[in-house]
Every structure is written in C-alpha cells, then in structure tokens.
Design a protein around this ligand. Structure first.
Ligand SMILES: CC(=O)N[C@@H](CCC[C@H](N)C(=O)O)C(=O)O
Length: 388
C-alpha cells in the first residue's frame, strides 16, 4: 500500500470537489474553454503564476524553486469524449453527449492537488515546477502543437511526468514498465462509393453496405494472417454508418477506425494490406473506395532512469510491472524531446463496481485514487530532490 501522508489526506475534500466540477463540464479537444478557465482560477487561488491560452485552451502553472536548476513538468490532459454518460452520479456530465470517460478529470485534479500541496510547502520546493495542462489528447493531439509553440523551451522543462487512471490495474497499485508502455497509433476513414437503387431492385445498384461488410470481414485477416503475432497489433473499426431507409440500396458507406502497433514496419504493413484489400474489393464490386490515413501518436517510451526513480519513490511492491498496452497517448511527443515518465494509476475495484474500461459510458473510479496520484507525484519529487 502506498502510504498517504496527513497533509495529502487533508486535500481530499478539495480534490474531490475539483474532480466533480470538472466531471460536469466535459469538453472535446481544443474546445476546453470552461475547463481551462476553471484550472486557471484554481492555480491563481493557490498563488501560482498562470499562463493561459497556450495552444488555444492549454494552461501552464509555474512555481519557481529555491534552487531552480532543474524544471520538472507534471502534465495532465484536459479533453473529454463525445460519449453519452450513462451513470447515475450526482455530478454527471452537464454537457449532453460528452463525458470524461477517459479519466482526464482525474488527471487534472491530481495535478491541481499537487499544485495546492506545493503551494503550502513553497519553502521546500527546490526545483522549478511546471503544471502543464494539455488540450486534445483524444485527438487531434495537443502535445505536438504545444511543443511546436515552444512550451518546453519557454519554461526550460527538462523532465516530464504524467499518469493515466487505468482499470486494468488494481486500485492502490501503479502500473509501469521501462521502455515501450503504450502503442503507436493511427486513424483511418474509409468511404465506399456504391450506387443507390430501390431496395427491391438491387441489380440496378451497388450496395455499399454489402461492400462495407466485405471490407470489415476481409480486414479481420490482416492482423491474424499478415503480421507477426509476437509483435502485437490491433485494427479496430469503431464506427460505421450507411443507408437511409430499409427499402433503399445504400449509395455510400463510411467506416472509421484505429490501428495500434509497437513497430513502424508492422504499422506500414497494416496500412499496405488495408489499401491492397480495398483495391481488390473495388474490382470485385466495381465501386470506388477511398481510404484516408492519419498517422497519430508515436509509442509512449519511458526513460529507464525515471522508472528507477518511480521504483525508489514508492517501492517495488506497489508497482505492477505490466506488459505494453495497446492504448495510446500523445505524451509520447514530449518523451521524444526530453526524458519522460508515464505510469498507470490503478483504479480497478471489483468490490465497489469500478470495473468499466476506459471510454465506457459508465466508467468511474473511487476518488481515493486521486490522493494516491498526488502522493506518488510528491514522492517522485522528493526522490528527485526537487522537494525537501
Ligand atoms: C488513453 C487513451 O484511451 N488514448 C486514446 C488516444 C486516441 C488517439 C487517437 N484518437 C487515435 O485513436 O489514434 C486511445 O484511443 O488509445
């Protein structure tokens, strides 16, 4: 068990309240206006210097350390998902159709809790601390534009640390590993151009629904038969829509999906196979299929020394050394520039029913985990000698 110190336990009500306020106002990437204002107000309340409108809705809080030689950033993502919340929580989303189903409300609350804690212990803070609130993690990605805008240079950041609540790891434990922790990701959109007709006269049309169904089935063989099973990959079509009426042959169909891998060659192979299969299906059905690929985030790769810092900070017994996960994170862009540590804050709690996966419309967690998150950050800072 990670020991939570009294000073952090005292933050419980405040951090819980913050989390609930944020949970009520989920906003999607680069539209985090209310979220951004809320964060800035809190940081100001804690006496921390605030920089607003960084990469549109991003916010940075800056606390100068007494030594000030090193600068450590703690990053929280701010955006929510276009998912309709199906919980009965009293602090349920007030933005119909949007939900903090990926726990970014937790990530922001932990970093704000840390800010409050450090504001009480200013005289003990040796390193400069950056509280980095990043928009649009779920897409199109806020980390890369923040880097391009010069956030790392402006605040002289030399290490970056982030976490993600994770129901695959049990509550009270931290999931982490050296090297690759999370996958490389890419998105794709597929448009099928068939031809509409009366539902009773199919021979006059080209049924886009049948064509889309063929694409979906044929794609199932890409991972199972064209990639090395040891290397691991995922191809998911998560959204499709087509057709207007039950008695009309659908003139077009649209599919959207995601690719996950850990190796660039596997990623390329999957895209090649997708294009080749689509070409074959075009011929088969005498139709047109358009695929747009968007390469998204590189893999999250942890700095080995920072993982050792985490181990020293909380002890081996509190860490679940997990396999690389197929979820993705644009935290990886920061790690390409400076040493970075990313870890999972376990939230799985069968007894209390916190079992839903990320992105589920009933996803939730026990708010005690927020204190664990703050404590882990504080321990890391102490281990790094950034805090006395
Ligand atoms: C932690 C998490 O769930 N991250 C997302 C990131 C999505 C990036 C982008 N929209 C994509 O799908 O490539 C995830 O889906 O893993």
């Amino acid at each position: 068990m990670i020991h939570i110190e009294k000073e952090i336990i005292k933050l419980k009500d405040e951090v819980m309240l913050i989390r609930r306020e944020l949970h009520k106002i989920p906003e999607i990437g680069f539209e985090e206006e209310k979220t951004s204002q809320f964060i800035a107000k809190k940081l100001e309340e804690y006496g921390i210097k605030v920089y607003k409108n960084i990469t549109k809705t991003g916010v940075v809080g800056y606390l100068k350390g007494s030594v000030g030689k090193n600068t450590i950033a703690f990053r929280a993502d701010m955006d929510a998902l276009s998912i309709k919340e199906e919980t009965n929580l009293s602090y349920k989303s007030e933005h119909e159709g949007f939900m903090h189903a990926c726990g970014h409300d937790a990530h922001m609350s932990v970093v704000l809790g840390l800010a409050k804690y450090l504001s009480f212990h200013k005289e003990n803070v040796r390193d400069n601390i950056v509280f980095l609130f990043q928009p649009a993690e779920e897409g199109p990605g806020g980390a890369q534009p923040m880097i391009e805008e010069g956030v790392l240079e402006k605040f002289n950041i030399d290490k970056i640390i982030g976490l993600h609540v994770y129901p695959e790891v049990v509550q009270g434990k931290i999931g982490c590993k050296k090297g690759a922790l999370m996958a490389q990701t890419g998105e794709f959109d597929i448009k099928v151009y068939g031809e509409s007709s009366h539902g009773a006269i199919p021979q006059k049309g080209k049924d886009s629904i049948v064509i889309a169904a063929n694409i979906i089935s044929a794609y199932q063989t890409i991972i199972s038969r064209s990639t090395n099973p040891i290397e691991g990959a995922v191809l998911t079509i998560g959204k499709m829509w087509a057709g207007e009426r039950r008695n009309v042959i659908a003139g077009s169909a649209y599919l959207e999906g995601t690719i996950r891998t850990f190796h660039e060659e596997v990623y390329k192979k999957i895209k090649e196979r997708m294009s080749a299969i689509a070409k074959g299906i075009e011929k088969m059905y005498d139709c047109r299929i358009e695929i747009t690929f968007r390469d998204m985030y590189p893999a999250v790769v942890n700095d080995d020394e920072l993982v050792d810092v985490l181990i020293n900070a909380i002890g081996n017994e509190n860490i679940e050394f997990i396999e690389p996960q197929m979820i993705a994170e644009d935290f990886s862009y920061f790690q390409r520039q400076i040493p970075g540590l990313f870890f999972f804050l376990g939230v799985r709690n069968e007894k209390e029913g916190y079992v839903y996966p990320l992105h589920h419309c009933q996803f939730n967690f026990h708010e005690e985990v927020l204190l664990t998150g703050i404590q882990v950050y504080v321990n890391i800072l102490r281990t790094l000698k950034g805090l006395e």
